[in-house]
Design a protein around this ligand. Structure first.
Ligand SMILES: Cc1cc2nc3c(=O)[nH]c(=O)nc-3n(C[C@H](O)[C@H](O)[C@H](O)COP(=O)(O)OP(=O)(O)OC[C@H]3O[C@@H](n4cnc5c(N)ncnc54)[C@H](O)[C@@H]3O)c2cc1C
Length: 550
Protein backbone atom coordinates (compact mmCIF):
# COMPACT_ATOMS: atom_id res chain seq x y z
CA UNK A 1 0.00 0.00 0.00
CA UNK A 2 1.49 3.33 -0.96
CA UNK A 3 0.77 6.66 0.68
CA UNK A 4 -2.01 8.82 -0.65
CA UNK A 5 -1.59 12.55 -0.78
CA UNK A 6 -3.79 15.61 -0.39
CA UNK A 7 -3.06 19.19 -1.44
CA UNK A 8 -3.69 22.24 0.73
CA UNK A 9 -2.72 25.87 0.67
CA UNK A 10 -1.52 25.62 4.26
CA UNK A 11 -0.87 22.64 6.51
CA UNK A 12 -0.41 23.32 10.23
CA UNK A 13 1.28 20.81 12.54
CA UNK A 14 -0.11 20.96 16.08
CA UNK A 15 -3.41 22.26 17.45
CA UNK A 16 -2.02 24.40 20.23
CA UNK A 17 -2.49 28.15 20.66
CA UNK A 18 0.03 28.98 17.91
CA UNK A 19 -1.33 26.60 15.28
CA UNK A 20 -5.00 27.29 15.92
CA UNK A 21 -4.51 31.06 15.99
CA UNK A 22 -2.68 30.84 12.68
CA UNK A 23 -5.51 28.75 11.22
CA UNK A 24 -8.20 31.19 12.38
CA UNK A 25 -6.30 34.23 11.12
CA UNK A 26 -5.71 32.66 7.69
CA UNK A 27 -9.44 32.04 7.25
CA UNK A 28 -10.42 35.47 8.55
CA UNK A 29 -8.11 37.05 5.97
CA UNK A 30 -9.35 34.81 3.16
CA UNK A 31 -12.93 35.75 4.00
CA UNK A 32 -12.29 39.47 4.23
CA UNK A 33 -10.62 39.26 0.80
CA UNK A 34 -13.51 37.16 -0.54
CA UNK A 35 -11.11 34.42 -1.59
CA UNK A 36 -10.70 30.81 -0.55
CA UNK A 37 -7.83 29.09 1.21
CA UNK A 38 -7.64 25.43 2.09
CA UNK A 39 -6.14 24.98 5.55
CA UNK A 40 -5.79 21.89 7.70
CA UNK A 41 -4.41 21.28 11.19
CA UNK A 42 -3.10 17.88 12.30
CA UNK A 43 -2.92 17.09 16.01
CA UNK A 44 -1.28 14.03 17.55
CA UNK A 45 -3.59 13.96 20.60
CA UNK A 46 -6.78 11.88 20.49
CA UNK A 47 -8.69 15.17 20.55
CA UNK A 48 -7.70 18.83 20.56
CA UNK A 49 -6.48 19.66 24.07
CA UNK A 50 -5.62 16.07 25.01
CA UNK A 51 -1.88 16.88 24.94
CA UNK A 52 -2.09 20.46 26.14
CA UNK A 53 -0.59 21.10 29.56
CA UNK A 54 0.03 24.61 30.80
CA UNK A 55 -0.37 26.68 34.01
CA UNK A 56 -2.18 28.72 33.02
CA UNK A 57 -2.55 32.40 33.62
CA UNK A 58 -3.42 33.86 30.26
CA UNK A 59 -2.80 37.34 28.98
CA UNK A 60 -5.47 38.24 26.41
CA UNK A 61 -3.54 40.63 24.17
CA UNK A 62 -3.36 38.27 21.18
CA UNK A 63 -6.85 36.87 21.76
CA UNK A 64 -8.26 40.43 21.84
CA UNK A 65 -6.77 40.97 18.39
CA UNK A 66 -7.88 37.61 16.98
CA UNK A 67 -11.44 37.60 18.32
CA UNK A 68 -12.29 41.01 19.82
CA UNK A 69 -15.67 39.52 20.76
CA UNK A 70 -14.24 36.43 22.48
CA UNK A 71 -16.48 36.93 25.51
CA UNK A 72 -19.66 36.83 23.38
CA UNK A 73 -18.24 33.85 21.50
CA UNK A 74 -18.03 31.95 24.80
CA UNK A 75 -14.24 31.62 25.17
CA UNK A 76 -13.56 29.66 28.37
CA UNK A 77 -11.79 32.47 30.25
CA UNK A 78 -13.96 32.37 33.34
CA UNK A 79 -11.68 33.22 36.24
CA UNK A 80 -10.22 36.72 36.27
CA UNK A 81 -7.10 37.11 38.40
CA UNK A 82 -8.09 38.78 41.67
CA UNK A 83 -4.79 38.75 43.60
CA UNK A 84 -1.09 38.08 43.03
CA UNK A 85 1.22 36.66 45.67
CA UNK A 86 4.94 36.09 45.11
CA UNK A 87 6.83 34.15 47.77
CA UNK A 88 10.21 32.66 48.49
CA UNK A 89 10.20 29.27 50.22
CA UNK A 90 13.21 29.65 52.52
CA UNK A 91 13.25 26.05 53.69
CA UNK A 92 10.80 23.22 54.35
CA UNK A 93 8.85 25.37 56.82
CA UNK A 94 9.49 29.07 56.30
CA UNK A 95 8.22 31.44 53.66
CA UNK A 96 8.79 35.11 52.84
CA UNK A 97 6.27 37.04 50.78
CA UNK A 98 7.77 39.62 48.43
CA UNK A 99 6.22 43.09 48.76
CA UNK A 100 4.36 43.90 45.55
CA UNK A 101 6.62 46.88 44.87
CA UNK A 102 9.66 44.56 44.69
CA UNK A 103 8.11 42.17 42.17
CA UNK A 104 9.40 42.66 38.59
CA UNK A 105 6.58 44.30 36.62
CA UNK A 106 6.09 41.48 34.07
CA UNK A 107 5.12 39.17 36.94
CA UNK A 108 2.00 41.18 37.79
CA UNK A 109 -1.19 39.59 36.56
CA UNK A 110 -3.82 42.34 36.64
CA UNK A 111 -6.26 41.86 33.79
CA UNK A 112 -5.21 38.25 33.16
CA UNK A 113 -7.32 35.09 33.46
CA UNK A 114 -6.71 31.68 34.98
CA UNK A 115 -7.61 29.13 32.33
CA UNK A 116 -7.35 25.53 31.33
CA UNK A 117 -5.30 25.95 28.15
CA UNK A 118 -6.65 22.61 26.91
CA UNK A 119 -10.15 24.04 27.04
CA UNK A 120 -9.05 27.29 25.40
CA UNK A 121 -7.58 25.20 22.55
CA UNK A 122 -10.82 23.21 22.24
CA UNK A 123 -12.68 26.49 21.88
CA UNK A 124 -10.13 27.85 19.38
CA UNK A 125 -10.51 24.65 17.33
CA UNK A 126 -14.29 25.19 17.24
CA UNK A 127 -13.74 28.73 15.95
CA UNK A 128 -11.27 27.42 13.35
CA UNK A 129 -13.70 24.76 12.16
CA UNK A 130 -16.47 27.33 12.03
CA UNK A 131 -14.26 29.37 9.70
CA UNK A 132 -13.71 26.35 7.44
CA UNK A 133 -10.43 24.86 8.70
CA UNK A 134 -10.10 21.05 8.67
CA UNK A 135 -8.91 20.02 12.15
CA UNK A 136 -7.71 16.41 12.34
CA UNK A 137 -6.91 15.10 15.83
CA UNK A 138 -5.38 11.65 16.14
CA UNK A 139 -2.92 12.32 13.30
CA UNK A 140 0.73 12.75 14.18
CA UNK A 141 3.00 14.45 11.66
CA UNK A 142 5.88 11.98 11.55
CA UNK A 143 8.02 13.22 8.67
CA UNK A 144 8.80 16.43 6.82
CA UNK A 145 8.54 16.17 3.03
CA UNK A 146 10.79 18.20 0.75
CA UNK A 147 10.70 19.28 -2.88
CA UNK A 148 13.71 18.54 -5.05
CA UNK A 149 14.90 22.14 -4.59
CA UNK A 150 15.05 21.53 -0.85
CA UNK A 151 11.99 23.59 0.08
CA UNK A 152 9.42 22.10 2.44
CA UNK A 153 6.63 20.30 0.57
CA UNK A 154 4.50 19.30 3.54
CA UNK A 155 4.36 16.44 6.02
CA UNK A 156 3.48 12.78 6.18
CA UNK A 157 1.39 11.42 9.01
CA UNK A 158 2.68 8.29 10.68
CA UNK A 159 1.76 4.80 9.52
CA UNK A 160 -0.78 3.03 11.72
CA UNK A 161 -0.70 -0.64 12.61
CA UNK A 162 3.07 -1.20 12.45
CA UNK A 163 4.05 -3.85 15.02
CA UNK A 164 6.74 -3.51 17.67
CA UNK A 165 8.99 -5.57 15.39
CA UNK A 166 8.54 -2.96 12.66
CA UNK A 167 6.32 -5.13 10.46
CA UNK A 168 2.93 -4.33 8.94
CA UNK A 169 0.28 -5.75 11.29
CA UNK A 170 -3.31 -6.74 10.38
CA UNK A 171 -4.53 -3.15 10.91
CA UNK A 172 -1.77 -1.55 8.86
CA UNK A 173 -2.66 1.77 7.25
CA UNK A 174 0.03 3.82 5.56
CA UNK A 175 0.32 7.48 6.57
CA UNK A 176 -1.02 10.27 4.38
CA UNK A 177 1.08 12.88 2.63
CA UNK A 178 -0.25 16.38 3.17
CA UNK A 179 1.29 18.78 0.65
CA UNK A 180 1.05 22.52 1.09
CA UNK A 181 2.24 25.75 -0.41
CA UNK A 182 3.31 26.64 3.13
CA UNK A 183 3.60 24.40 6.18
CA UNK A 184 3.46 25.92 9.66
CA UNK A 185 5.20 23.94 12.40
CA UNK A 186 3.59 24.63 15.76
CA UNK A 187 4.39 21.49 17.76
CA UNK A 188 5.17 23.29 20.99
CA UNK A 189 8.35 22.97 23.04
CA UNK A 190 10.99 20.68 21.47
CA UNK A 191 8.87 19.72 18.50
CA UNK A 192 10.37 16.63 16.99
CA UNK A 193 10.01 17.89 13.40
CA UNK A 194 10.97 21.40 14.51
CA UNK A 195 14.22 19.97 15.86
CA UNK A 196 14.97 18.42 12.46
CA UNK A 197 14.18 21.68 10.63
CA UNK A 198 16.38 23.73 12.96
CA UNK A 199 19.25 21.39 12.22
CA UNK A 200 18.63 21.03 8.46
CA UNK A 201 18.22 24.75 7.75
CA UNK A 202 20.72 25.81 10.49
CA UNK A 203 18.00 28.07 11.86
CA UNK A 204 19.80 28.50 15.19
CA UNK A 205 23.24 29.36 13.88
CA UNK A 206 23.03 32.94 15.19
CA UNK A 207 21.14 32.12 18.41
CA UNK A 208 22.14 31.15 21.94
CA UNK A 209 21.32 27.55 22.91
CA UNK A 210 17.67 27.01 23.84
CA UNK A 211 16.97 26.58 27.55
CA UNK A 212 14.28 24.46 29.09
CA UNK A 213 12.36 23.63 32.22
CA UNK A 214 10.23 20.61 33.05
CA UNK A 215 6.81 21.59 34.36
CA UNK A 216 4.96 19.06 36.47
CA UNK A 217 1.39 19.90 37.34
CA UNK A 218 -1.57 18.57 39.28
CA UNK A 219 -5.19 19.59 39.50
CA UNK A 220 -6.84 19.37 42.91
CA UNK A 221 -10.38 19.63 44.25
CA UNK A 222 -9.98 21.51 47.51
CA UNK A 223 -12.00 22.37 50.57
CA UNK A 224 -14.34 25.21 49.44
CA UNK A 225 -13.48 27.12 52.63
CA UNK A 226 -9.88 27.47 51.39
CA UNK A 227 -10.74 28.42 47.86
CA UNK A 228 -10.01 31.98 46.74
CA UNK A 229 -11.03 32.13 43.05
CA UNK A 230 -8.59 34.21 41.04
CA UNK A 231 -5.67 34.03 43.50
CA UNK A 232 -2.33 33.51 41.73
CA UNK A 233 0.67 32.40 43.81
CA UNK A 234 4.18 32.13 42.35
CA UNK A 235 7.27 31.18 44.27
CA UNK A 236 10.78 29.85 44.16
CA UNK A 237 13.39 28.56 46.58
CA UNK A 238 12.99 25.32 48.53
CA UNK A 239 13.21 22.42 47.77
CA UNK A 240 15.25 23.00 44.58
CA UNK A 241 17.72 25.25 46.38
CA UNK A 242 18.83 22.30 48.53
CA UNK A 243 20.51 20.77 45.49
CA UNK A 244 21.60 24.05 43.92
CA UNK A 245 18.91 23.82 41.26
CA UNK A 246 16.46 26.55 40.29
CA UNK A 247 12.91 26.89 39.11
CA UNK A 248 9.60 28.05 40.43
CA UNK A 249 6.22 26.84 41.58
CA UNK A 250 2.72 28.01 40.79
CA UNK A 251 -0.56 27.65 42.63
CA UNK A 252 -3.65 29.05 40.94
CA UNK A 253 -7.17 29.05 42.35
CA UNK A 254 -9.43 28.37 39.36
CA UNK A 255 -13.21 27.96 39.47
CA UNK A 256 -15.26 25.03 40.84
CA UNK A 257 -13.23 24.83 44.09
CA UNK A 258 -10.18 23.67 42.21
CA UNK A 259 -6.54 24.69 42.31
CA UNK A 260 -3.68 23.84 40.00
CA UNK A 261 -0.29 23.34 41.56
CA UNK A 262 2.95 22.80 39.72
CA UNK A 263 6.70 23.08 39.79
CA UNK A 264 8.93 24.07 36.90
CA UNK A 265 12.46 22.76 37.39
CA UNK A 266 15.10 24.43 35.22
CA UNK A 267 16.73 21.70 33.16
CA UNK A 268 20.22 23.13 33.58
CA UNK A 269 20.51 21.44 36.98
CA UNK A 270 23.82 19.77 37.78
CA UNK A 271 23.09 17.03 40.30
CA UNK A 272 22.22 13.80 38.45
CA UNK A 273 20.49 12.46 41.57
CA UNK A 274 17.86 15.17 41.28
CA UNK A 275 14.37 14.04 40.35
CA UNK A 276 12.01 16.87 39.30
CA UNK A 277 9.04 14.61 40.05
CA UNK A 278 10.16 13.97 43.64
CA UNK A 279 11.08 17.63 44.16
CA UNK A 280 7.51 18.52 43.23
CA UNK A 281 6.04 15.85 45.48
CA UNK A 282 7.98 17.01 48.52
CA UNK A 283 7.33 20.66 47.73
CA UNK A 284 3.62 20.07 48.31
CA UNK A 285 4.42 19.38 51.98
CA UNK A 286 5.54 22.97 52.50
CA UNK A 287 2.96 24.72 54.70
CA UNK A 288 2.49 27.44 52.06
CA UNK A 289 1.04 24.75 49.80
CA UNK A 290 -0.08 21.96 52.11
CA UNK A 291 -2.46 24.29 53.98
CA UNK A 292 -4.36 24.75 50.71
CA UNK A 293 -4.29 21.12 49.57
CA UNK A 294 -4.97 19.45 52.93
CA UNK A 295 -8.41 17.82 52.90
CA UNK A 296 -8.51 18.01 49.10
CA UNK A 297 -8.23 15.37 46.40
CA UNK A 298 -5.84 15.17 43.48
CA UNK A 299 -7.76 14.68 40.23
CA UNK A 300 -5.23 15.05 37.45
CA UNK A 301 -1.49 14.86 36.78
CA UNK A 302 0.76 15.69 33.86
CA UNK A 303 4.10 17.07 32.73
CA UNK A 304 5.42 19.09 29.83
CA UNK A 305 8.71 20.80 29.03
CA UNK A 306 8.84 24.54 28.57
CA UNK A 307 11.20 26.39 26.21
CA UNK A 308 12.42 29.45 28.06
CA UNK A 309 15.54 30.70 26.29
CA UNK A 310 13.49 33.59 24.91
CA UNK A 311 14.76 36.29 22.59
CA UNK A 312 18.45 35.34 22.66
CA UNK A 313 17.68 31.70 21.82
CA UNK A 314 15.13 32.36 19.09
CA UNK A 315 16.11 30.64 15.85
CA UNK A 316 15.30 32.05 12.43
CA UNK A 317 11.62 31.27 12.05
CA UNK A 318 11.30 31.08 8.27
CA UNK A 319 12.66 28.63 5.70
CA UNK A 320 11.68 27.84 2.13
CA UNK A 321 8.06 26.67 2.21
CA UNK A 322 7.63 26.68 5.99
CA UNK A 323 7.63 28.61 9.25
CA UNK A 324 8.52 27.54 12.78
CA UNK A 325 6.26 29.20 15.36
CA UNK A 326 5.20 29.37 19.00
CA UNK A 327 7.13 27.23 21.45
CA UNK A 328 8.40 25.07 18.56
CA UNK A 329 10.64 28.12 17.93
CA UNK A 330 10.69 29.34 21.56
CA UNK A 331 8.50 32.46 21.72
CA UNK A 332 7.71 32.11 25.44
CA UNK A 333 8.29 35.19 27.59
CA UNK A 334 10.11 33.78 30.59
CA UNK A 335 9.88 36.99 32.61
CA UNK A 336 6.11 36.47 32.66
CA UNK A 337 6.29 32.64 32.54
CA UNK A 338 3.78 33.02 29.76
CA UNK A 339 3.94 31.62 26.28
CA UNK A 340 0.33 31.44 25.23
CA UNK A 341 -0.28 34.99 24.04
CA UNK A 342 3.16 35.08 22.41
CA UNK A 343 2.61 31.73 20.65
CA UNK A 344 -0.76 32.98 19.41
CA UNK A 345 0.72 36.22 18.13
CA UNK A 346 3.51 34.40 16.29
CA UNK A 347 0.87 32.23 14.60
CA UNK A 348 -1.19 35.28 13.67
CA UNK A 349 1.81 37.11 12.20
CA UNK A 350 2.69 34.03 10.17
CA UNK A 351 -0.88 33.73 8.94
CA UNK A 352 -0.81 37.36 7.83
CA UNK A 353 2.44 36.90 5.89
CA UNK A 354 1.29 33.63 4.33
CA UNK A 355 -2.18 34.95 3.44
CA UNK A 356 -0.76 38.08 1.87
CA UNK A 357 1.52 35.96 -0.31
CA UNK A 358 -1.07 33.35 -1.27
CA UNK A 359 -3.90 35.79 -1.90
CA UNK A 360 -1.55 37.62 -4.31
CA UNK A 361 -1.05 34.40 -6.26
CA UNK A 362 2.17 33.05 -4.69
CA UNK A 363 2.69 29.38 -5.55
CA UNK A 364 4.45 28.67 -2.24
CA UNK A 365 7.88 27.32 -1.36
CA UNK A 366 9.44 30.71 -0.62
CA UNK A 367 11.30 31.88 2.48
CA UNK A 368 8.80 34.49 3.66
CA UNK A 369 11.00 37.36 4.78
CA UNK A 370 7.80 39.45 5.06
CA UNK A 371 7.13 37.47 8.24
CA UNK A 372 10.47 38.48 9.73
CA UNK A 373 9.81 42.14 8.95
CA UNK A 374 6.32 41.99 10.49
CA UNK A 375 7.67 40.12 13.53
CA UNK A 376 10.34 42.78 14.09
CA UNK A 377 7.72 45.54 13.91
CA UNK A 378 5.33 43.75 16.30
CA UNK A 379 4.66 44.02 20.04
CA UNK A 380 5.77 40.38 20.26
CA UNK A 381 9.32 41.26 19.24
CA UNK A 382 9.35 44.26 21.60
CA UNK A 383 8.06 42.12 24.48
CA UNK A 384 10.59 39.35 23.91
CA UNK A 385 13.43 41.85 23.48
CA UNK A 386 12.59 43.52 26.79
CA UNK A 387 12.70 40.19 28.64
CA UNK A 388 15.87 38.91 26.97
CA UNK A 389 17.97 39.20 30.12
CA UNK A 390 15.54 37.57 32.54
CA UNK A 391 16.59 33.93 32.16
CA UNK A 392 20.33 34.53 31.65
CA UNK A 393 20.37 36.77 34.76
CA UNK A 394 18.84 34.01 36.91
CA UNK A 395 21.15 31.36 35.42
CA UNK A 396 24.33 33.42 35.66
CA UNK A 397 23.76 35.40 38.86
CA UNK A 398 21.53 33.07 40.90
CA UNK A 399 18.07 33.65 42.35
CA UNK A 400 18.80 36.66 44.61
CA UNK A 401 21.31 38.62 42.53
CA UNK A 402 19.60 37.62 39.30
CA UNK A 403 16.27 38.66 40.83
CA UNK A 404 17.73 42.04 41.80
CA UNK A 405 19.14 42.54 38.28
CA UNK A 406 15.75 41.69 36.80
CA UNK A 407 13.99 44.08 39.16
CA UNK A 408 16.26 46.92 38.05
CA UNK A 409 16.09 45.97 34.37
CA UNK A 410 12.30 45.53 34.31
CA UNK A 411 11.10 48.17 36.77
CA UNK A 412 13.63 50.95 36.16
CA UNK A 413 14.69 50.39 32.53
CA UNK A 414 11.51 48.77 31.16
CA UNK A 415 13.65 45.85 29.95
CA UNK A 416 15.99 48.11 28.01
CA UNK A 417 19.04 48.11 30.28
CA UNK A 418 21.97 48.68 27.88
CA UNK A 419 23.51 45.25 28.33
CA UNK A 420 22.53 41.81 27.07
CA UNK A 421 23.40 38.76 29.14
CA UNK A 422 23.89 35.43 27.40
CA UNK A 423 23.71 31.87 28.63
CA UNK A 424 25.64 29.85 26.10
CA UNK A 425 25.77 26.53 27.98
CA UNK A 426 23.53 23.69 26.86
CA UNK A 427 21.24 22.33 29.59
CA UNK A 428 22.16 18.73 28.78
CA UNK A 429 25.85 19.42 29.35
CA UNK A 430 25.43 20.63 32.95
CA UNK A 431 25.29 17.32 34.85
CA UNK A 432 28.19 16.61 37.20
CA UNK A 433 29.36 13.03 37.75
CA UNK A 434 27.19 11.15 40.25
CA UNK A 435 30.10 10.38 42.57
CA UNK A 436 30.87 14.09 42.89
CA UNK A 437 27.26 15.04 43.63
CA UNK A 438 25.44 14.70 46.94
CA UNK A 439 22.92 11.88 46.80
CA UNK A 440 19.34 12.98 47.45
CA UNK A 441 17.13 10.74 49.56
CA UNK A 442 13.59 11.68 48.78
CA UNK A 443 10.94 10.98 51.41
CA UNK A 444 8.42 8.26 50.60
CA UNK A 445 5.13 9.71 49.31
CA UNK A 446 2.41 9.73 51.96
CA UNK A 447 -0.42 9.02 49.51
CA UNK A 448 -2.24 12.09 50.80
CA UNK A 449 -0.26 15.08 49.59
CA UNK A 450 2.52 13.26 47.74
CA UNK A 451 2.32 10.28 45.39
CA UNK A 452 4.43 7.85 43.38
CA UNK A 453 4.95 7.88 39.62
CA UNK A 454 2.64 4.97 38.66
CA UNK A 455 -0.41 6.41 40.43
CA UNK A 456 0.42 9.82 38.93
CA UNK A 457 0.76 8.56 35.37
CA UNK A 458 -2.54 6.74 35.88
CA UNK A 459 -4.21 10.13 36.42
CA UNK A 460 -2.83 11.43 33.11
CA UNK A 461 -4.98 8.82 31.26
CA UNK A 462 -1.97 7.95 29.15
CA UNK A 463 -2.56 5.27 26.59
CA UNK A 464 -0.48 3.97 23.69
CA UNK A 465 -1.10 1.09 21.30
CA UNK A 466 1.24 -1.50 22.84
CA UNK A 467 2.29 -3.33 19.70
CA UNK A 468 4.14 -0.52 17.95
CA UNK A 469 7.81 0.45 17.56
CA UNK A 470 9.16 2.27 20.61
CA UNK A 471 8.89 6.02 20.02
CA UNK A 472 11.88 6.73 22.31
CA UNK A 473 14.82 5.86 20.15
CA UNK A 474 18.42 5.43 21.25
CA UNK A 475 21.07 6.55 18.79
CA UNK A 476 23.44 4.10 20.47
CA UNK A 477 21.78 1.39 22.58
CA UNK A 478 24.99 0.81 24.56
CA UNK A 479 25.31 4.30 25.99
CA UNK A 480 22.84 4.06 28.94
CA UNK A 481 24.76 1.17 30.49
CA UNK A 482 28.29 1.82 29.22
CA UNK A 483 28.43 5.58 29.72
CA UNK A 484 25.44 7.12 31.51
CA UNK A 485 25.19 4.52 34.26
CA UNK A 486 28.78 4.71 35.53
CA UNK A 487 29.04 8.47 35.04
CA UNK A 488 25.63 9.85 36.00
CA UNK A 489 23.89 6.86 37.64
CA UNK A 490 21.62 6.91 34.55
CA UNK A 491 19.73 10.12 35.20
CA UNK A 492 16.86 9.29 32.82
CA UNK A 493 15.39 7.18 35.63
CA UNK A 494 14.96 10.39 37.59
CA UNK A 495 14.41 13.18 35.07
CA UNK A 496 11.53 11.36 33.39
CA UNK A 497 8.36 12.26 35.32
CA UNK A 498 6.47 9.23 34.03
CA UNK A 499 8.63 6.21 34.88
CA UNK A 500 9.51 5.50 31.25
CA UNK A 501 13.17 4.73 31.95
CA UNK A 502 14.41 2.07 34.34
CA UNK A 503 17.64 0.22 34.96
CA UNK A 504 16.72 -3.36 35.83
CA UNK A 505 18.90 -6.30 36.79
CA UNK A 506 19.14 -8.72 33.84
CA UNK A 507 20.93 -12.03 33.39
CA UNK A 508 24.06 -10.25 32.23
CA UNK A 509 23.94 -7.38 34.70
CA UNK A 510 22.09 -4.08 34.57
CA UNK A 511 19.81 -3.45 31.61
CA UNK A 512 18.22 -0.25 30.39
CA UNK A 513 14.49 -0.61 30.00
CA UNK A 514 12.19 1.82 28.17
CA UNK A 515 8.51 1.67 29.13
CA UNK A 516 7.32 3.74 26.16
CA UNK A 517 3.64 3.26 26.93
CA UNK A 518 4.00 5.46 30.07
CA UNK A 519 5.27 8.45 28.10
CA UNK A 520 3.33 11.69 28.70
CA UNK A 521 5.07 13.43 25.76
CA UNK A 522 6.85 15.98 27.94
CA UNK A 523 10.10 15.67 25.87
CA UNK A 524 12.43 15.99 28.87
CA UNK A 525 14.45 12.92 27.86
CA UNK A 526 15.16 14.36 24.42
CA UNK A 527 16.37 17.56 26.11
CA UNK A 528 18.28 16.46 29.22
CA UNK A 529 19.99 13.21 28.28
CA UNK A 530 23.67 14.08 28.82
CA UNK A 531 24.80 12.05 25.80
CA UNK A 532 21.94 13.43 23.63
CA UNK A 533 21.31 9.80 22.86
CA UNK A 534 17.51 9.73 23.23
CA UNK A 535 15.38 10.90 20.32
CA UNK A 536 11.69 11.40 20.93
CA UNK A 537 9.66 10.65 17.80
CA UNK A 538 5.88 10.62 17.48
CA UNK A 539 4.17 7.36 18.36
CA UNK A 540 1.02 6.27 16.53
CA UNK A 541 -1.48 9.12 16.34
CA UNK A 542 -3.85 9.51 19.32
CA UNK A 543 -1.33 7.82 21.67
CA UNK A 544 -0.19 9.67 24.78
CA UNK A 545 -1.92 11.44 27.62
CA UNK A 546 -5.61 12.32 27.58
CA UNK A 547 -5.75 15.45 29.67
CA UNK A 548 -9.32 16.57 30.21
CA UNK A 549 -8.57 20.16 31.22
CA UNK A 550 -4.87 20.81 31.84
C1 LIG B 1 3.85 23.74 33.40
C2 LIG B 1 3.63 24.87 32.44
C3 LIG B 1 3.05 26.04 32.89
C4 LIG B 1 2.83 27.09 32.00
N1 LIG B 1 2.18 28.21 32.45
C5 LIG B 1 1.83 29.18 31.57
C6 LIG B 1 1.02 30.27 31.99
O1 LIG B 1 0.61 30.35 33.15
N2 LIG B 1 0.70 31.20 31.06
C7 LIG B 1 1.11 31.11 29.76
O2 LIG B 1 0.76 31.98 28.96
N3 LIG B 1 1.89 30.08 29.35
C8 LIG B 1 2.24 29.12 30.22
N4 LIG B 1 2.98 28.04 29.79
C9 LIG B 1 3.49 28.03 28.41
C10 LIG B 1 2.40 27.73 27.39
O3 LIG B 1 1.70 26.59 27.76
C11 LIG B 1 3.05 27.55 26.03
O4 LIG B 1 3.86 28.65 25.76
C12 LIG B 1 2.01 27.38 24.93
O5 LIG B 1 1.20 26.28 25.17
C13 LIG B 1 2.71 27.24 23.57
O6 LIG B 1 1.77 27.08 22.57
P1 LIG B 1 2.15 26.29 21.23
O7 LIG B 1 0.93 26.34 20.37
O8 LIG B 1 3.40 26.82 20.71
O9 LIG B 1 2.45 24.79 21.68
P2 LIG B 1 1.62 23.74 22.51
O10 LIG B 1 0.63 24.40 23.40
O11 LIG B 1 2.59 22.82 23.14
O12 LIG B 1 0.78 22.93 21.43
C14 LIG B 1 1.41 22.10 20.50
C15 LIG B 1 0.40 21.09 19.98
O13 LIG B 1 1.00 20.40 18.89
C16 LIG B 1 0.76 19.02 19.01
N5 LIG B 1 1.86 18.33 18.31
C17 LIG B 1 3.17 18.33 18.65
N6 LIG B 1 3.89 17.64 17.75
C18 LIG B 1 3.01 17.19 16.83
C19 LIG B 1 3.17 16.42 15.64
N7 LIG B 1 4.38 16.03 15.21
N8 LIG B 1 2.06 16.10 14.94
C20 LIG B 1 0.83 16.53 15.34
N9 LIG B 1 0.63 17.28 16.46
C21 LIG B 1 1.72 17.61 17.18
C22 LIG B 1 0.75 18.79 20.51
O14 LIG B 1 0.09 17.59 20.84
C23 LIG B 1 0.02 20.04 21.00
O15 LIG B 1 -1.37 19.85 21.01
C24 LIG B 1 3.23 26.98 30.65
C25 LIG B 1 3.82 25.80 30.20
C26 LIG B 1 4.01 24.75 31.08
C27 LIG B 1 4.61 23.47 30.57
Amino acid sequence: MSRESMEFDVVIVGAGPAGLSAACRLMQLAQSNEQELTVCVVEKGSEVGAHILSGAVMETRALDELFPDWKELGAPLNTAVTADRVVMLKDAERVTALPNALVPKPMHNDGNYIVSLGNVCRWLAEQAEGLGVGVFPGFAAAEVLYHEDGSVKGIATGDMGVTAAGEQGPNYMPGMELHAKYTLFTEGCRGHLGKQLISRFKLDQDADPQHYGIGIKELWDIDPAKHQPGLVVHGSGWPLTESGASGGFFLYHTDDHQVVVGLITDLNYANPWLSPFDEFQRMKHHPEISRVLAGGKRVSYGARAIAKGGFNALPKMTMPGALLLGCDAGTLNFSKIKGTHTAMKSGMLAAEAVAEALLAGDEGGRDLSAFTDAFKASWLYDELYRSRNFGPAMHKLGTWLGGAFNYVDQNWFGGKIPVTLHDTEHDYAQLKPADQSPKIDYPKPDGVLSFDKPSSVFLSNTNHEEDQPCHLQLKDARIPISQNLPMFAEPAQRFCPAGVYEVVEGENGPQFQINGQNCVHCKTCDIKDPAQNITWVVPEGAGGPNYPNM
